[in-house]
Design a protein around this ligand. Structure first.
Ligand code: G1P
Length: 290
């Protein structure tokens, strides 16, 4: 049994890259096919063995915690309509997993958001999942692939993908040595480097399995890129105490925090659903913009 049972979901970002869609709804509530992005993230967590989700929110984001709470009025309406299919689906959301909520009082960066969960996480390894990143995988869920590496190595694991040079400045980028077991042993990290400063083309996406030791380093991490307390900087500091591995997981990653990435996710997740695919295919065949 894996020791990784808790996942921290920092969801308090403003979603500035997808405004005005996120002006009055939280970014993780943007729909992908027929469910909000957060539903897919929590499903991935549950399918990876996570038992407890900690949402790091702010005072404007009540809609996210409400999504996982009971809604007796809605259930009553669906019962009256005898819509069993939807009743089951809604019940499954409400019973998905145990959810706790902590607040980040002011937006001081991803590292600071993760630190807000310290007391609830305690002294156990934990996952961090960022709401912008959806990963579709035909094999094991992305987070499960990382948890398997943690269970093997007892060291923090970062989900990474290869990105084109022109995109390195959007990500935390690692330096490292590829090992025989296909993992990369991380030797350094830089948050959003300029092209000529990037140590490699391996970018960290929003899936991490972290040792609780990271909290000690987050406590003392000073504001970095964008004047925010960066998780990447705390990870770079953690390297002085513990090893970190990077794993090129198998799966397709979507950046739903970007308008085009979000639209791609909407189309591809819809096309993968047997109940929607035929109508979508017919639509694309006939599509002619006037
Ligand atoms: C955050 C992290 C960055 C990481 C990225 C993945 O940046 O700071 O290291 O590569 O998520 O999506 P953000 O996109 O929140 O600015």
């Amino acid at each position: 049994m894996s020791k990784v049972k808790t996942a921290v979901l920092p969801v308090a970002g403003w979603g500035t890259r997808v405004l005005p869609a996120t002006k009055s709804i939280p970014k993780p509530m943007l729909p992908i096919a027929d469910a909000p992005a957060i539903d897919y993230i929590v499903q991935e967590a549950v399918e990876s063995g996570i038992k407890h989700i900690i949402l790091v929110t702010n005072r404007y984001l009540r809609a996210i915690e409400d999504y996982f709470d009971e809604n007796p009025e809605l259930m009553h309406i669906l019962e009256k309509k005898n819509n069993q299919k939807l009743l089951q689906r809604i019940k499954s959301i409400e019973n998905m997993v145990r959810i706790s909520v902590v607040r980040q009082p002011s937006p001081r960066g991803l590292g600071h958001a993760v630190l807000m969960a310290r007391e609830i996480v305690g002294n156990e390894p934990f996952a961090v999942m960022l709401g912008d990143d959806l990963v579709w995988s035909e094999s094991a869920p992305c987070l499960k692939q990382l948890i398997d590496v943690y269970d093997e190595t007892s060291a923090s694991v970062l989900g990474v993908i290869k990105v084109p040079a022109c995109d390195v400045s959007k990500y935390g980028v690692i330096a490292g040595e590829l090992q025989e077991n296909k993992l990369t042993k991380v030797t350094g990290l830089v948050e959003k480097p300029a092209i000529h400063e990037a140590p490699s083309d391996l970018a960290v996406i929003g899936r991490y399995v972290l040792s609780p030791k990271i909290f000690d380093f987050l406590e003392t991490t000073l504001p970095g890129k964008g004047n925010e307390i960066q998780l990447t900087d705390a990870l770079e500091a953690l390297l002085s105490a513990e090893p970190i591995y990077a794993c090129e997981f198998s799966g397709v990653r979507y950046d739903t925090g970007d308008t085009v990435g979000w639209l791609q996710a909407c189309i591809e997740y819809t096309m993968r659903r047997p109940e929607f695919a035929p109508a979508m295919q017919e639509y694309f065949q006939k599509l002619q913009l006037k």
